[in-house]
Design a protein around this ligand. Structure first.
Ligand code: MN
Ligand code: MN
Ligand code: MN
Length: 271
């Protein structure tokens, strides 16, 4: 079965509108999809679901654990719950405060007008670093978005501003209160030592975590094996997502659920 429980639209930092994204998923024979935009469920508003596709309410929430920014996906959340409305507002404010700090630093560096330019391109949604990267390219300060990250926005650079994200346990509580299933997103992406990663997963389980992504994007065979083993050791359900942001041949929507092998699949909850 083809599933995808992690992807992004223009409601956060993806390049396809929610409607385009969901149609693309249907074209890729995805049977079960969750749109998991960063800290917002705005993409679900007025969304028409194509025949043959099952849509599960979702969100990707940022939080901190032990000084590291960690992402938790909430699946099967009640999109109308009051908790989710408050969460969106709170996370949006944290993101906007961070955007203001990034903008101040960039402007002090001489990139005058970078905030207004990024804002004009993003509409009303909260700004992230990719928006500033795009603005720096469009204003002619750098040749590419990757150069913008290398010089100004990446880890350790002036635009690397920590957002005031909530704690891991807080975010799990929000998801559980919204009737959702907490999923640890892309565990290998944080580049933690094995010991630290195990401590993170243990804290996640302790706080009520239920599943982890054993397949995020296009993992190597080794990474897949490693994730599957962690999933099994901690008694978690497996989740699968492309983390699709834009149409690129190497990261298409949809993954075969067989990559999880015989682990219990979190997707089975919605079949
Ligand atoms: Mn993203
Ligand atoms: Mn993420
Ligand atoms: Mn993501």
């Amino acid at each position: 079965m083809i599933v995808d429980l992690h992807c992004h639209s223009t409601a956060s930092d993806g390049s396809l509108s929610p409607g385009e994204l969901i149609q693309r998923a249907a074209d890729q024979d995805v049977e079960l999809l969750s749109l998991t935009d960063h800290d917002t469920i705005a993409g679900y508003q007025g969304l028409d679901v194509p025949a043959g596709l099952r849509l599960v309410g979702g969100i990707e929430l940022s939080c901190v654990w032990s000084g590291v920014t960690v992402h938790i996906v909430g699946l099967g959340i009640d999109l109308d719950s009051e908790v989710m409305q408050a969460v969106e507002q709170r996370q949006g404010e944290a993101r906007e405060r961070r955007a203001q700090v990034i903008a101040e630093r960039l402007e002090r560096r001489g990139f005058v007008g970078v905030y207004d330019h990024a804002r004009a391109g993003a509409g009303s949604r909260p700004l992230g670093r990719p928006d500033f990267a795009r603005a720096l390219v469009e204003l002619g300060h750098v040749a590419s978005e990757s150069e913008a990250f290398d010089r100004y926005l990446g880890a350790g650079k002036i635009g690397d501003v920590k957002a005031m994200w909530p704690e891991l346990a807080t975010v799990l509580e929000w998801i559980l209160l919204s009737g959702g299933v907490p999923v640890l997103a892309h565990p290998l992406y944080y580049r933690m030592t094995a010991t630290k990663l195990r401590a993170l997963i243990a804290a996640f389980v302790e706080a009520g975590g239920v599943a982890m992504e054993v397949c995020s994007g296009k993992p190597s065979a080794d990474d897949l094996r490693y994730s599957r083993r962690l999933c099994e050791q901690f008694g978690l359900e497996a989740s699968i997502g492309s983390d699709f942001h834009q149409p690129l041949a190497w990261n298409e929507l949809g993954r075969d659920s067989a990559v999880a092998h015989d682990l219990p699949g979190v997707w089975e909850r919605w079949l």
